[in-house]
Ligand binder design. Sequence first.
Ligand SMILES: Cc1ncc(COP(=O)(O)O)c(C=O)c1O
Length: 463
Amino acid sequence: MVASTEFAKAFGAALEPNLDLASPNRNLAPLTARIETTGHLAVGGCRLADLASSYGTPLYVLDEASLRGTCRAYRQALEQHYPGPSLAIYASKANSSLAISALVASEGLGLDAVSAGELLTALEGGMPAERIVFHGNNKSREELALAAGRGVTVVADNWRDLELLGELAEDFSQPVQLMLRFTPGIECHTHEYIRTGHLDSKFGFDPDQLEIVLKHLAGCPWARLTGLHAHIGSQIFELQPHRDLAGVMADALQLARSLGHPIRDLNVGGGLGIRYVASDDPPSIQEWVKTVAEAVLAACRARDLELPRLLCEPGRSLVATAGVTVYEIGSRKEIPGIRTYLSVDGGMSDNPRPITYESQYTAMLANRPLAAATETVTVAGKHCESGDVLLKDLALPPATSGDLLVVFSTGAYNASMGSNYNRIPRPAAVLVHGGVAELVQRREQPEDLLRYDVLPSRLMPVT
Ligand SMILES: Cc1ncc(COP(=O)(O)O)c(C=O)c1O
């Protein structure tokens, strides 16, 4: 194996930042990424080319050590910087599976779910109900019944949630444990689709409504409001908006407690960014937690408030860097003087982020990572969409069909935002650790995609 410093050197500046063992969100590759003496790239002790032969491509590979590393980084930083109780909650929209739920639960974290699917995945994965919070700006009656019926904390996002829960309440033996989400009115610099804290947002109660809803809930015997929540957005590199949020939330905490609500939890949401390309420079998990913890502490002390339990909800920064995707390169199209396209066997259906947000990634050949990068190519997906491009202007060694491309930092918002566009089946996912790979999501087959189609008998082909 080539050691990690040599690994960084081998790739030059592109992977140089892959040295932060304590805060994997600042790395470009999983903590265990190594180049074997054979010249192959391995993750979790498993050669990616071997995984591709055993499980096929495209393949999501998740490094257990990296995921456990980020979970521990959040827990330890909270314990170090916040004198009160705390809980890091994994935002499972980033990547929801039984295996990830189980891993995160075993690290002592909680989990945020936003649909019956994510909720069931968490519960079946062994996440204790009392560590789950249930979000959503348009929860159905059935989803609310499931969450509240299983003792999960429901994050009330709007009046409709309260109306439905009030109607359902007589079915529950205990008052429904609630957290209240409000829009903090804080701007941050990230893509407008993933900004949520500004006033023009579909999520949460408007700040002007806060007092009205708190007074309303004080008169609802079926509700027990124990937490307040706000989230300002995702892939954020600035720390100041998180400092500002602490003050806004402490004001809300003071108001809620003054109206008699037994508020224990202050949930500041997630949002910490990660390094997708070398020029990205996100704060470390430690810096982010320290900033948030100190700001909440100062805001509570300034208002003479008993310290709440501090909750945060990281998604991307917990799981993105742990994941890579391996593709096989297929066709090549050279347009002289314009561009060379290399097409891979996946694309926007397994990673919709480039086409949705123009997101950038880092990638290299998994089977020849040390070969000199002498050409610049555009990596295209296989979908019928000109915009289905995964990476633009990527420096690569001359690559031909059958070479394997590994794209880094695909552990968040890839599988979970994936689709079956063009009826392309979803990839398999494997968990790697100590040289062992375990299948955690089976590869979908084209036939699986027909399972929910119904052909009316009058349209049946006549044989
Ligand atoms: C309510 C809530 N919490 C947490 C998150 C996780 O954010 P991130 O993945 O940026 O940490 C999100 C995602 O946008 C969210 O909407």
